[in-house]
Ligand binder design. Structure first.
Ligand SMILES: C[S@@+](CC[C@H](N)C(=O)[O-])C[C@H]1O[C@@H](n2cnc3c(N)ncnc32)[C@H](O)[C@@H]1O
Length: 330
């Protein structure tokens, strides 16, 4: 499918937690991989802070179209890869650093034709890579119980069953093909939002987007791939946007830095492998007041940073990472 045109705004996406991120990984040097290139805010900051090269990965062709413009000044210090960060160790190894800034960009949300926003009418799409089954495919074909599970487990939507029932009823009359059709359906299942509260469709749209893009599968595979791709002393910095994502990153880094054991003195003595990471800090870093004043969207962002040790990369215990498991998922 052809890439959507890049938006014309001068500030297409305000990078979140950029200052604390660069401070946490300073001094920046060597080769970094930015697994979520977007509008290039992180990649540019890493190059300007001293990285020799940044490998900019994004699964959305839009990010690559945009990089044709801003990236020119960096010449071959910027290498672009159209792909999923879940496979980052296929693109590069021996890295000095990896950054991941999860979720969608403002450009993706702002372009009605991408179908991510419940505020703008567009085709019900939501595919970051612009390939594979869309949100409309999911919403019009999934079993009612699977839809309810997605809404509840990925969006923490308490009215998941009611909304799933309404979706299945509506699609027997006509397929649900637009964002506003779906948003209207969801709104009618819930009490009217009070001023200052999130839009009624926020949680459901987040859940459907996560399912369409297999965001949790990609995140776990990406963390494991980063473990393989980083050199000793290399740094992994991850910015999350909601509690489920942050829990996955926190549990992965805790487990891979030697924490998270059973804690039971009755547990059998097991030989522990050497930890693959050391944590820069136990607590996640959030936005300060100054950042919140200019970018309220940063409110729920959390940054976690860890440094790769010399221990060989291994296999993480996926079942202990707190990933919501849909029925039939492995
Ligand atoms: C929040 S934006 C990143 C913004 C970027 N840090 C900046 O400063 O402009 C997230 C980007 O990551 C991309 N993305 C999300 N998941 C991905 C994945 N698994 N592999 C590759 N790109 C992904 C999205 O397409 C989107 O462009």
């Amino acid at each position: 499918m052809a890439a959507a045109a890049a938006p014309k705004s001068n500030a297409p996406h305000i990078p979140v937690l950029l200052r604390p991120l660069i401070a946490a990984v300073a001094p920046v040097q060597g080769v970094w991989l930015d697994g979520t290139l977007g509008a290039g805010g992180y990649a540019r900051a890493l190059l300007d802070a001293g990285a020799d090269q940044v490998i900019g990965v994004d699964r959305d062709p839009l990010a690559h179209d945009m990089a044709q413009g801003w990236g020119a000044e960096y010449g071959d210090r910027l290498r672009l890869v159209l792909g999923n960060f879940a496979q980052m160790d296929d693109y590069a190894t021996d890295l000095d650093g990896v950054v991941l800034d999860l979720g969608v960009s403002s450009m993706q949300l702002d372009l009605a034709e991408r179908g991510f926003s419940f505020m703008k009418d567009g085709p019900l799409d939501m595919r970051m890579s612009q390939e594979g089954p869309s949100a409309a495919d999911l919403v019009n074909t999934a079993e009612e119980s699977d839809l309810a599970d997605i809404l509840y487990l990925y969006g923490e939507e308490r009215a998941s069953r009611r909304i799933a029932r309404a979706i299945v009823k509506a699609r027997t009359e006509a397929p649900i093909e637009t964002t506003l059709h779906l948003a209207g359906l969801i709104e009618r299942c819930l009490p009217r939002s009070k001023p200052g509260q999130a839009h009624a469709a926020t949680r459901s749209f987040q859940a459907i987007r996560i399912a369409v893009n297999d965001e949790y599968g990609a995140l776990i595979a990406g963390l494991e791939a980063a473990e393989r791709a980083l050199k000793e002393g290399g740094q992994l910095a991850v910015v999350t946007f909601h509690s489920i994502e942050d829990r996955i990153v926190k549990r992965f880094l805790t487990a891979r830095s030697g924490g998270g054991g059973t804690g039971s003195r009755h547990a059998p003595e097991i030989t522990r492998e050497e930890p693959q990471f050391t944590l820069k800090s136990r607590k996640a870093i959030g936005p300060d007041d100054e950042e919140l004043a200019v970018n309220p969207r940063a409110r729920s962002a959390r940054l976690r940073v860890a440094t790769r040790t010399d221990a060989p990369a291994g296999q993480s215990e996926r079942s202990a990472l707190g990933v919501p498991m849909l029925k039939g998922a492995k």
